[in-house]
Design a protein. Structure first.
Length: 400
């Protein structure tokens, strides 16, 4: 890039730089005919270097002051791609330019919409709060209160939340930048020296950087205006959770995993009944599914576990869903539905023998090939105190 801007004179015309075509004097004499623009264009078309549909034009080569120029680079493309071509120089110019306007580069405050959906829309569906003798589903305010009871949120997050409410500073920055004429203007048609082109390039690049900065600030202003509709405790909480990247309340939780989140729900201990009426006690099961790029992945059991609908006894096993299909596009409704299917298979999928579709039977009989797991050690009596008291629920107690 620098070599280009420091080379010979150019010719600027119609948004393109025409580069000097340098030829040995003897070769130039021999090729005098071929150097005629119409001849060269015909040659290039015959070789498919130019589209045959392109109209006849003499703009591929230009003769100016006895010098031949060949059409080269789109001038504005140099400006638009400079950040990729020269990232360090571009950032240096950007930082220096913003300093000239007496403010530091703005740091975008990004609130993860997936995180908000998980915490404030899906979590309330799976946890409840006591209100009198009933267990009521909790609302957004209740979730915030629960989080602030469980977590000590540092003061810095409340300071960040306060900053989100300061919309005037963003407006002032936009106004200061928009005072200048930032329209990108092409150089006029003429032979242009490297120094003159460099002067034009630097000024135009400044306008381009400032235009991008204005777009960025306007986008930030729109987002902060939306965020400012929430109370500061909400903003401080979501900013804290974004950095902490994990939370669990009453058996429902999430943690960051790669490019998304692993969302999970504990079942707690439960019991299943087999076809002969025998009871089997199962320990807590952690059912989870990854959410990333607006996609919901298949439900799996995250802890070391064995179950009729798991192929082996180990951790991170995909649940056998049979013919059930979970919705794949991420949304509150779809994630709740996916959990209902995954949890339903674990807690209630073991129904009657005719419809059983898992890997293993509680009684040890074979379903798919050789029985991989047996559950004799899980067997308990129906008179077990936890069953009698209702502390341990038989979750599939609808088998006839």
């Amino acid at each position: 890039m620098k070599e280009l801007l420091e080379s010979d004179n150019f010719y600027a015309k119609s948004g393109f730089l025409y580069l000097p075509l340098k030829l040995d004097s003897e070769i130039k004499t021999d090729l005098e005919h071929e150097l005629k623009p119409e001849s060269l264009i015909a040659r290039f078309k015959s070789l498919d270097f130019l589209s045959r549909d392109e109209p006849e034009t003499n703009e591929l080569f230009l003769e100016k002051n006895g010098q031949t120029f060949v059409k080269g680079i789109n001038i504005l493309s140099l400006i638009e791609t400079y950040e990729s071509l020269e990232p360090r120089d571009y950032e240096k110019k950007r930082t220096s330019l913003l300093k000239k306007y007496s403010f530091n580069p703005e740091t975008k405050v990004h609130i993860d919409s997936a995180l908000e959906t998980i915490v404030f829309e899906v979590m309330p569906y799976f946890i409840k709060t006591n209100k009198g003798l009933e267990r009521k589903r909790i609302d957004k305010k209740g979730i915030i209160d629960l989080i602030n009871e469980k977590e000590i949120i540092p003061q810095e997050y409340f300071s960040k939340a306060e900053k989100l409410y300061d919309l005037s500073s963003l407006r002032n920055k936009i106004e200061a930048l928009e005072k200048d004429d930032l329209q990108l203007k092409l150089p006029k048609e003429e032979i242009i020296s490297p120094n003159k082109f460099r002067t034009w390039f630097d000024k135009t690049l400044e306008s381009f950087i400032l235009s991008k900065e204005i777009d960025f600030l306007k986008s930030e202003l729109d987002e902060r205006s939306e965020l400012a509709k929430n109370n500061k405790q909400y903003l401080a909480t979501i900013l804290y959770l974004k950095d902490k990247a994990s939370l669990e309340i009453e058996g429902f939780g999430f943690y960051e995993q790669g490019d998304g989140y692993m969302v999970y729900k504990h079942t707690g201990p439960y019991a299943l009944k087999d076809f002969d009426g025998k009871i089997y006690r199962f320990e807590d099961c952690k059912v989870g599914m990854k959410v990333a790029d607006d996609h919901i992945y298949s439900p799996a059991v995250l802890n070391n576990y064995k179950h009729p609908f798991l192929e082996y006894s180990r951790s991170n096993q995909t649940i056998c869903l049979g013919h059930a299909k979970i919705p794949r596009e991420f949304s509150k409704k779809n994630l709740i539905k996916a959990f209902e299917i995954g949890l339903g298979v674990i807690l209630q999928g073991y129904t009657n023998e005719r419809n059983f579709g898992g890997y293993n039977r509680l009684d040890g009989r074979v379903h798919h090939g050789d029985a991989r797991e047996t559950f004799y050690e899980y067997k308990i009596l129906r008179t077990d105190p936890q069953i009698i008291s209702g502390e341990l629920e038989i979750t599939n107690d609808f088998i006839q």
